[in-house]
Design a protein around this ligand. Structure first.
Ligand code: ZN
Length: 61
């Protein structure tokens, strides 16, 4: 990792419904992970609680 580069999370999982997303650098947006052809969408009505909350901080905060 280059010094000074922001430490961005590249994947996240919802602790409530197990929704999984991965960061797409091309569109700069989260995309739903697909495992064995199944989209890991979790519960569409869930207020997602991502496992990266509170653990991720920008490099130069
Ligand atoms: Zn969720």
């Amino acid at each position: 990792m280059t010094s000074g580069e922001l430490r961005r999370p590249t994947e996240r999982t919802c602790e409530r419904c197990s929704r999984e997303e991965t960061w797409d650098v091309d569109v700069e947006s989260w995309r739903i992970v697909v495992v064995d052809g199944e989209r890991r969408v979790g519960n569409p009505y869930c207020v997602h609680e991502w496992d990266i909350n509170g653990r991720f901080a920008p490099f130069d905060s």
